[in-house]
Ligand binder design. Structure first.
Ligand code: FVH
Length: 310
């Protein structure tokens, strides 16, 4: 009996797996830049608009991964494992770029899995919302295979400003998540402040109009803190001391308003630890030592099933 004849795969420049808000923006930017793109999404129908713009729809993941270097933009680590695991053999010898948000260790696990199947792996961390894709304003950090980065760079540069962070696949994700940590704590701080003034009748919008320029001005202080942290001398003269920065009055004011003080109490706890340890006359950057004291292991956690499937 003769083998069933397979339709030959039409080769394209990039295969995009995942057509959510971000995957669609990435694919659209490539089409706008004249690249040929194969697209696949778990739920059919999401490719329709891109196909009217010239994308080639793949009926199955296996078909997509054999058409071109693969970009996965799915929800999270588990989605990537579930999607790529069954097509590991088809991926052999190919290049895989994962821009799904993963933790550094998850990125390393994907890199280890890829290496086992002879797949060249590059990890990407997107510092942009979909509307920023295709502009220089967006940034995407990469780590993993330098060769893959160099080869794909003309494509990567279509999306945003590209930055390579080294061959450890977890590094791009680490920088991404560290930056997001700062952003979310700023947002939480703003919302906490809005909750504090709400009982006196100030709307969150009114508060935002005051808070935004103030925070923008305060960001000029980041470089100074960074210099002190990098230099390791928290007693550099001319700084506001930790004793002066004691924030217990803000904690009390929040409580007086009936507002949970958790966001600012967390900062106060870091300050108190340093004051209690005798560093009250040093500067605010000294709280870095409170954080370092809780430094976790960076050893990748390997789950039992890892190494055999993505
Ligand atoms: N959107 C943004 O602003 C942020 C910016 C920073 C980086 N993120 C990360 O990008 C990843 C994708 O985000 P997204 O915005 O495209 O997310 P959604 O619109 O929710 O689309 C999710 C896609 O993932 C597919 N999917 C989910 N689970 C599975 C699974 N188990 N197997 C296969 N595919 C899966 C989903 O498919 P469907 O629901 O349509 O079938 C969508 O295509 C993300 O890591 C962000 O953190 C974006």
């Amino acid at each position: 009996m003769s083998e069933p004849t397979r339709k030959p795969v039409q080769l394209t420049d990039v295969s995009m797996l995942g057509l959510g808000a971000m995957g669609s923006a990435l694919a659209a930017a490539l089409l706008d830049a004249g690249r040929s793109v194969t697209v696949w999404n778990r739920t059919p129908g999401r490719a329709a608009e891109l196909m009217t713009r010239g994308a080639r729809g793949a009926g199955a993941v296996g078909e997509a991964v054999t058409a071109s270097p693969v970009v996965v933009c799915l929800l999270k680590y588990d989605s990537v494992r579930d999607t790529l695991g069954p097509v590991a053999d088809e991926l052999r010898g190919r290049t895989l770029l994962n821009v799904t948000t993963t933790t550094p260790n998850e990125s390393r696990q994907l890199a280890a899995w890829a290496a086992e199947f002879g797949v060249t792996y590059l990890d990407g961390a997107i510092m942009a919302v979909p509307a920023m894709i295709g502009t220089r304003e967006g940034q995407i950090f990469y780590s993993g295979s330098r060769k893959a980065y160099d080869t794909l760079l003309p494509t990567l540069d279509v999306w945003a400003t590209s930055e390579f962070h080294g061959e450890d696949a977890g590094r791009a994700s680490l920088v991404d998540l560290a930056m997001l940590s700062g952003m979310y704590q700023m947002f939480a701080g703003f919302i906490h402040g809005a909750a504090m003034v709400a009982p006196m009748g100030m709307s969150a919008s009114d508060f935002a109009a005051r808070q935004a320029p103030f925070l923008a001005a305060m960001t000029h202080g980041l470089a100074g803190f960074a210099e002190i942290v990098d230099g390791g001398d928290y007693a550099v003269p001319g700084q506001q001391s930790l004793d002066f920065s004691d924030l217990s009055h803000i904690v009390r004011a929040s409580e007086e308003q009936g507002v949970d003080a958790a966001p600012i109490a967390g900062v106060q706890a870091l300050i108190s630890r340093q004051i209690d340890a005798g560093h009250g006359r040093e500067g605010f950057a000294r709280i870095y030592e409170s954080l370092r004291a809780a430094r976790p292991t960076t050893r990748p956690t390997t789950r039992p099933e890892e190494g055999t499937a993505a």
